[in-house]
Design a binder for this molecule. Structure first.
Ligand code: BQF
Length: 319
C-alpha cells in the first residue's frame, strides 16, 4: 500500500518547479536605483562615524594612461565616494610610467595610514605586468579583491573583500529575494574578476548560493544547449547581444555583466552601450533581467564603496 507520506515524497521529487511557459511577470532588476538606495544607507553610516569622531573612509584610485573607458569608471568611483561622504584620492600617471615606478606608487599607498583601501584601475599599458602589480597590493587594502589572498579567502568562504562585480550581483539577488538554492546557474565567461569568482560564490553554501553551477566559455561545445538549461544565467563574455532569446528557458533569471560599445551615429557620443544579452528579445521570456546600462555596472561601483567601509572598519583583517 502506498501511504500518503510516500506519495507526497514521490510528488516532490518528480514535479518540476513551477515554470510558466511564457512568463508575464518579468521584473527589471534596477541596479541604478538599488545602488542609490544602498549608497544612502552608507551615507548614514558615515554620518554616524563622523558624529562619533571616527575616521572617514578613504579610497584611493590609481589611473594609468588615457583609456577613455577607464577614465569614466574612475570618475564614477570618485563621484560615488563624494556621494556617500568618503574621502577619495585620484593618483593619475601617464601611460609611459615604468613598472618599477608604478610598484613604488602601490608601495606608498600600502604604507599610507590615511588610505584605507585602493585600486589600480585595469587594464594597464602592455609594458606593465598586471599580475605583478596586483601581487604588490597589501591584501588588507585590496578593496577590488583581486589579490590571491582575497581570492583564496573568497573561495574558502572566509571573510574577504569580494571582487566588486560578483559582490554587486550577489547583492542584487539578495535584495530582490531571488531564490538560488538548488538552481542551475550557468556562467558564461571565466575571467578572474567576474566569471570564475561568480561561479564559486553561487556554488558555495549560503543565502545567495547552493546553486549547481556550470561555467561555459569560448571552447564550450553546444553552449546554447547548456545555457538553455539554466535557471540563472550570468553573461560575462564581452560580446554584444551574445545571449539570444532561443538560449533562454522561460522564467530564467538573466544577469547581464556586459558593457559593449556599439556604433550609433545618431547619438551624441557616436556609440551606445549594450550588454552581452539581446535585451529586447530576452526580456519577455525571463522572470528577472538586469538592463545595460543601469544594471550590474552601478552595483559594481557600490560594492567598491562597501569594501572600502569594511577596510576602514578593519572588518576583515583587524588592526
Ligand atoms: C551603468 C569595468 C570592464 C572592465 C573594467 C555604471 C559602471 C559601468 C556601467 C562602472 C567596469 C564596469 C568598471 C554603469 C566600473 C562597471 O550605469 O551601467 C557604472 O563604472 N563600472 C571598472 O572599473 O572597470 C571595468 C568593466
Amino acid at each position: 500500500m502506498v501511504g500518503l507520506l510516500d506519495f507526497q515524497g514521490f510528488e516532490e521529487i518528480n514535479t518540476p518547479a513551477a515554470q510558466p511557459s511564457n512568463c508575464i511577470f518579468m521584473t527589471i532588476i534596477d541596479g541604478k536605483q538599488l545602488s542609490e538606495q544602498i549608497k544612502n544607507e552608507l551615507a548614514e553610516e558615515v554620518k554616524t562615524i563622523v558624529q562619533n569622531g571616527g575616521k572617514i573612509p578613504h579610497l584611493a584610485a590609481v589611473l594609468v594612461g588615457e583609456n577613455p573607458a577607464s577614465k569614466v569608471y574612475v570618475r564614477n568611483k570618485v563621484r560615488s565616494c563624494e556621494q556617500v561622504g568618503f574621502k577619495s584620492t585620484l593618483v593619475e600617471k601617464s601611460a609611459d610610467i615604468t613598472e618599477a615606478e608604478l610598484l613604488q606608487v602601490v608601495h606608498n599607498l600600502n604604507n599610507d595610514p590615511d588610505i584605507d583601501g585602493f585600486i589600480v584601475q585595469l587594464p594597464l599599458p602592455n609594458h606593465i605586468n598586471e599580475e605583478k602589480v596586483t601581487l604588490a597590493i597589501d591584501p588588507k587594502k585590496d578593496v577590488d579583491g583581486f589579490h590571491p589572498v582575497n581570492f583564496g579567502r573568497m573561495a574558502l568562504g572566509m571573510p574577504c573583500y569580494l571582487p566588486a562585480t560578483p559582490f554587486g550581483i550577489v547583492t542584487m539577488l539578495e535584495r530582490y529575494n531571488i531564490p538560488t538554492a538548488g538552481k542551475h546557474a550557468v556562467v558564461i565567461g571565466r575571467s578572474n574578476i567576474v566569471g570564475t569568482p561568480m561561479a564559486i560564490l553561487l556554488s558555495r553554501k549560503g543565502k545567495v548560493g547552493d546553486c549547481t553551477v556550470t561555467v561555459t566559455h569560448s571552447r564550450t561545445h553546444d553552449l546554447p544547449g547548456i545555457v538553455r538549461q539554466a535557471d540563472i544565467i550570468v553573461a560575462a563574455i564581452g560580446r554584444a547581444n551574445f545571449v539570444t532569446a532561443d538560449m533562454v528557458k522561460p522564467g530564467a533569471v538573466v544577469i547581464d555583466v556586459g558593457i559593449n560599445r556599439v556604433e550609433a551615429p545618431e547619438t551624441k557620443r557616436g556609440y551606445r552601450l549594450v550588454g552581452d544579452v539581446d535585451y529586447d528579445g530576452v526580456a519577455e521570456k525571463c522572470s528577472f533581467i538586469t538592463p545595460v546600462p543601469g544594471g550590474v555596472g552601478p552595483m559594481t561601483v557600490l560594492s567598491l564603496l562597501q569594501n572600502t567601509l569594511k577596510a576602514s572598519q578593519k572588518a576583515i583583517y583587524g588592526d
